[in-house]
Design a protein around this ligand. Structure first.
Ligand SMILES: Cc1ncc(COP(=O)(O)O)c(C=O)c1O
Length: 403
């Protein structure tokens, strides 16, 4: 696959013909008849929630990633909240995370009354830089929350080493990284707790949904209670045992994933390998075609890592282009290529600026990257024509703005 030869063909944003007649989204789910069947069967069953599909999905998921326990949640944000609770983050505590992530990663620390402390990212992977973490650990630090940005695992050995030196817990935000591998091990089997999301743009979907994996029985037990109001037994067990009595032992929430969602997740799980393979194939095609284009920097992949490619974020070399990211972004959208930007750094949101006094300039690597980032469409249901359309649009737009 190739990018279009340099041309001054009129961009759609200037009234030219768009590369596609319909929008190609940046991500979307794939649901086949088999998935529909699984959901319909569950809808006809006795249990729509707190039923047998929940445990079945959790067991299958734990086995797939290689963890002892998996605890499902109603979404990835709730799963992050559960993990922050299980660590015991409370008022006065700090937890260190990346500014280049979705708001939920930092918000889960706030939910618990803690303070998110941001550490800048490494320039190649845009994952949290362990050397920055090391300089920020204080006696108040409780946890480290690395994010596997775009599906590329963070520098987990170093992060775990720093955690070990200071007695900290690592909550890995792997919402982008289901199926990623780090030194031959699957993400989900490495950190103290690993959090996943099953939002429709992810590798596997349950509609909304999330999961925490861990090898620690205490964390698993707390997570199960936390997602069920802090109650120590579930409704199905009580029905089976013909008794009504239960205890509420901690202040939890209703963060349960339904049997409908779990049935869908269970049916999607065996397709995960092929979904990942397709994403890797698309990433390989993108990288081969885009790496030689002046003005584009393709994502880098470190040795010993197999990314899951939730996103394919390119960076623009703005010194070689006559327009900024936002104008180029609009030009892609006019071509009906559904690009996106991941992410506006969290500390630059009005809420964080007002509450913590951030002004910009605190995390230069993340902030500079943000100025030039554009995520190209990336989902396993893309066909080769879709990929070719993206490459054609990149060639058309970038050559137009080349200096
Ligand atoms: C890095 C990251 N963390 C957390 C979340 C939250 O997951 P959810 O949307 O399932 O609540 C997302 C969602 O996209 C994410 O990308």
């Amino acid at each position: 696959m190739t990018v279009a030869a340099p041309t001054r063909e009129a961009l759609a944003i200037h009234g030219g013909t768009p590369v596609r007649s319909m929008l190609l989204p940046y991500g979307r789910q794939t649901i086949d008849d088999d998935d529909v069947q699984a959901v319909v069967e569950t809808l006809r069953s006795d249990w729509l929630t707190t039923g047998p599909k929940v445990g079945e999905f959790e067991e299958a998921f734990a086995a797939w990633v290689g963890a002892r326990y998996a605890v499902s949640f109603s979404n990835g944000t709730a799963a992050l909240h559960g993990a922050a609770f299980a660590v015991g983050i409370a008022s006065g505590d700090e937890a260190i995370t990346s500014p280049l992530t979705f708001a939920a990663t930092a918000n889960c620390i706030l939910y618990q009354g803690g303070t998110p402390v941001f550490a800048d990212v490494a320039p190649d992977t845009l994952n949290i830089d362990p050397e920055c973490i090391a300089s920020l650990v204080t006696s108040r630090t409780k946890a480290l929350l690395p994010v596997d940005y775009a599906g590329h695992p963070a520098d987990l050995d170093r992060v775990l080493e720093i955690a070990g030196d200071h007695g900290l817990t690592v909550i890995e935000d792997a919402c982008h990284a289901l199926g990623a591998e780090y030194r031959g091990r699957r993400v989900g089997s490495i950190s103290h707790m690993t959090v996943f999301s099953f939002h429709p743009v992810k590798h596997l979907t349950t509609g909304e949904g999330g999961m925490v994996t861990t090898d620690d029985p205490k964390f698993a037990d707390t997570l199960r209670k936390f997602r069920n109001h802090g109650i120590s037994s579930n409704a199905r067990d009580r029905q089976r045992e013909a008794q009504y009595h239960y205890e509420m032992v901690l202040l939890g929430f209703n963060y349960r994933l339904t049997d409908i969602g779990c049935a869908l997740g269970l049916r999607q799980l065996p397709k995960l390998e092929s979904n990942l393979a397709r994403r890797r194939e698309i990433a390989t095609k993108y990288t081969a075609a885009l790496r030689e284009i002046p003005g584009i920097i393709v994502p880098s992949v470190r040795d010993n890592v197999l990314p899951a490619w939730h996103l394919y974020p390119i960076r623009l070399d703005l010194s070689r282009l006559s327009a900024g990211r936002d104008e180029i972004f609009r030009a892609f959208r006019a071509e009906n290529i559904g690009v996106n930007v991941h992410y506006i750094p969290v500390h630059l949101y009005p809420y964080y600026r007002e509450r913590f006094g951030y002004r910009g300039g605190e995390f230069p690597v993340a902030e500079n990257a943000y100025q030039s980032l554009i995520s190209l469409p990336m989902f396993h249901g893309m066909n080769d024509d879709d990929v070719q359309d993206v490459l054609e649009a990149v060639g058309k737009v970038v050559s137009y703005f080349a200096r």
